[in-house]
Write a protein that binds this ligand. Structure first.
Ligand SMILES: Nc1ncnc2c1ncn2[C@@H]1O[C@H](COP(=O)(O)OP(=O)(O)O)[C@@H](O)[C@H]1O
Ligand SMILES: [Mg+2]
Length: 248
């Protein structure tokens, strides 16, 4: 079986998380971000939520760090024993997962949703990280919203979650204020990770976006690109990511 080799050194050099257990600040931040998400997905008690293993990463507007967050989360989760991760590039207008991971992909989600004869197995790419698979976005598609809102999308996502019940399915999504793609997808997932770019996204944008996502009851917030405060009280040069549960 073909496994696509991921260049973990390159990811590490780009300041991202790898599943190797690097002791970096970003790895530590994502360890904290993933924990409550995994509990809602798999706890096996009352903390577990319906469809909690289907998680969508989104934000209000482009460029806030959705892909950065989705890839880091996928890597961090793939480091866990017994957790299998399927990262789906569902930002059909501005797909970036393949580029970020340097994967050459021809077919993907858009093709799968459009072509009734295709099967999930036709677009799923296994990687050199044993418990991480990817579904790329596929051919650029002008009608992403229609595809993601379709009955076919509901069936395909249902099939993915049925086929891989013990798997985290992480969707890197379109920004919700730019199109209806994100809103369409939020109806199918159990958890939303909502990325807010520190000192950039306005409060009204956040409020507007959370309204669009109201179909999902479990929304957590990642404050991305936050400059850290040093012990001296000065702002440090690093970006940090902080997670807050139940933000909505
Ligand atoms: N916390 C961060 N630290 C450093 N760079 C970041 C961070 N978050 C995002 N970036 C960079 O900002 C740019 C936009 O992020 P991206 O994840 O592509 O945004 P989106 O998917 O929301 O459009 C990318 O170049 C990404 O590498
Ligand atoms: Mg993106």
């Amino acid at each position: 079986m073909v496994r696509h080799v991921l260049d973990l050194d390159r990811l590490h050099a780009a300041g991202m998380v790898t599943p190797r257990g690097d002791r970096t600040r970003i790895a530590e931040e994502y360890r904290r971000i993933k924990r409550p998400l995994l509990i809602k997905a798999f706890a096996g008690d009352e903390s577990q939520v319906d469809k909690g293993n289907l998680i969508m990463v989104t934000s209000a507007i482009p460029g806030e760090g959705k892909t950065f967050t989705a890839v880091n989360l996928a890597m961090s989760m793939a480091k866990e024993r017994d957790v299998y991760v399927l990262l789906v590039d569902a930002d059909l207008s501005r797909p970036k997962v393949s580029e970020t991971l340097n994967l050459k992909a021809e077919k993907g989600l858009a093709d799968l949703l459009e072509d009734e004869t295709m099967d999930v197995g036709d677009v799923l790419m296994r990687t050199s990280v044993e418990n991480l698979s990817i579904i790329p976005a596929g051919r650029p598609h002008p009608m992403g919203t229609e595809l993601l809102a379709s009955d076919r999308a509901q069936r395909v996502i249902g099939e993915i979650s049925h086929r891989y019940p013990n798997r985290i399915i992480l969707f890197d999504s379109a920004p919700v204020l730019a199109s209806n793609e994100g809103g369409a997808l939020s109806r199918f997932v159990g958890q939303v990770v909502f990325v807010v770019e520190a000192e950039k996204t306005s409060e009204s944008e956040v409020k507007g976006a959370l309204e669009v996502l109201s179909a999902c009851k479990h929304i957590g917030l990642v404050l991305n690109k936050a400059r850290t405060r040093l012990s001296t009280g000065r702002l440090g040069g690093y970006y940090g990511s902080y997670y807050q549960e139940g933000a909505a």
